[in-house]
Design a protein around this ligand. Structure first.
Ligand SMILES: Nc1ncnc2c1ncn2[C@@H]1O[C@H](COS(=O)(=O)NC(=O)[C@@H](N)CO)[C@@H](O)[C@H]1O
Length: 423
């Protein structure tokens, strides 16, 4: 959400953001509604002023004048009350529109319609060469008896997954490694629920618009978040944080649930796109200072890159174009990790800076050095998401006999093993 004053004074920039982000919103309609609401509020204030002035006359009035004055006071009270529904309706309509206003993209963001126009910034790591025919992750899991896709599909349908044996230890090892790594870099570990109230989805910016991605619970207002970003972003909603409490930096591990509505037919095989997964999420809440926030952007991006480097996985960093960054982002980079079986880089991390757009809709404020209440800036990036990360992990480190070489960094989490699986 942007400041209404900012929208009034920068309608052109906001309309440009609406246009380049492909948001379906009429800013002129919003500004018209805003003006109507201002007029309505001024009318009510004028009537209240008249009513107050009128009330002061009553004690000084003569017995003849008093009834008229008292009646006038009652009439004014009725007229003010009669305007209430219109005032409330206008405020609600305006808020609904404000929640849809996109953030202004950073000057460096390439204008584009969709992910095909994202810009590759750099590639890191050597692509693997195999002197044998490599298997894809589904066949590797099958070969090692680490999966049971038919049985789990019978119980839990498509986009479900079950890991068995050492693949389970690998999944937990990579998540624990990420938590260890991030807490070593000053991120406070959190283990959070994925359950959250609808307001938390509004606060993060997933609502309005992303309702169809979220699993709801019959008869319960709580919903299942697709990322710990949703509950974590609302932990401090409505509080007045102190400067001493900032910056807040969390490494939050949670389950993540996604309906993947609209993804029919995409990535239906294997572990890339499932309904429930686990994610270690990097979340930062800092002062409303773009330079400090951009430094944090570099840190959380760098953390993810360092994790991938430690896992000895080749990847590339892309900058998301305006059409593939979502309404709330100022700046967004995806990290895509090499998947040999597809001979493609596939997204494994998504790093975002949202300015005060989330803070404004969540109510995340702090008292600055002048004692002024200021909306904070927020950022987030994936630390590690499993099982998706297992796809490049298994495929890049597979050996000719179908066993998996364990990257050095993970060995301490796997009892020192250098290889997983049986030849
Ligand atoms: N359906 C899914 N199945 C498995 N992994 C997924 C799924 N959806 C997303 N992920 C993983 O979660 C990561 C982050 O998801 S995201 O929507 O791109 N971004 C966020 O959720 C942000 N909060 C940053 O983590 C993705 O890069 C991917 O690695």
């Amino acid at each position: 959400m942007l400041d209404l004053k900012f929208i009034r004074e920068n309608a052109g920039a906001v309309k440009h953001a609406v246009d380049v982000k492909g948001v379906n919103l009429d800013i002129d309609e919003l500004l018209r509604l805003d003006r109507e609401l201002v007029d309505l509020k001024q009318r009510v204030e004028a009537m209240q002023a008249e009513r107050n002035a009128n009330a002061k006359l009553v004690p000084k009035a003569t017995p003849e004048e008093r009834p008229t004055l008292i009646q006038r006071g009652k009439d004014l009270a009725e007229e003010i009350k009669a305007l209430d529904p219109a005032l409330r309706a206008h405020e609600d309509n305006l808020r609904q529109l404000l929640l849809r206003v996109p953030n202004i993209p950073h000057a460096s963001v390439p204008v584009g319609r969709d992910d095909s126009e994202n810009v590759e910034l750099r590639r890191e790591g050597q692509l693997p060469t195999f002197d044998f025919t490599p298997l894809d992750h589904v066949d590797l899991l099958e070969k090692q008896g680490w999966s049971d896709p038919e049985r789990v599909a019978r119980v839990s349908g498509s986009r479900s997954y079950l890991l068995k044996g050492e693949a389970v230890m690998l999944e937990m090892a990579v998540l624990m490694f990420a938590m260890d790594f991030l807490s070593g870099r000053g991120f406070t570990p959190l283990s959070t629920t994925a359950l959250a109230r609808p307001e938390a989805f509004v606060g993060s910016g997933h609502f309005p618009g992303g309702e169809d991605q979220v699993y709801k619970i019959e008869g319960d207002e709580l919903m299942l978040a697709g990322t710990a970003e949703v509950p974590v972003n609302s932990l401090y909603a409505g509080e007045q944080l102190s400067l001493e409490q900032l910056p807040i930096a969390y490494a939050a591990i949670s389950a993540a649930f996604r309906s993947e509505a609209g993804s029919a037919g995409r990535d239906v095989r294997g572990l890339i796109r499932v309904h429930e997964f686990r994610k270690v999420e990097q979340y930062v809440l800092c002062r409303a200072d773009e330079q400090e926030a951009l430094d944090w952007f570099g840190k959380i991006l760098g953390n993810a890159e360092a994790l991938l480097a430690a896992l000895e996985l080749p990847y590339r960093v892309v900058q998301n174009c305006t059409g593939d960054m979502g309404a709330g982002k100022v700046l967004m980079y995806d990290i895509e990790t090499w998947v040999p079986s597809e001979e493609k880089y596939r997204e494994t991390h998504s790093c975002s800076y949202l300015g005060d757009w989330q803070a404004r809709r969540t109510g995340l404020r702090y008292r600055d050095e002048h004692g002024k209440l200021v909306y904070a800036h927020t950022l987030n990036n994936t630390g590690i998401a499993a099982p998706r990360i297992l796809v490049p992990l298994l495929e890049n480190h597979q050996q000719a006999d179908g066993t998996i070489r364990v990257p050095e960094a993970l060995r301490p989490y796997l009892g020192g093993k250098a290889v997983l699986g049986q030849p």
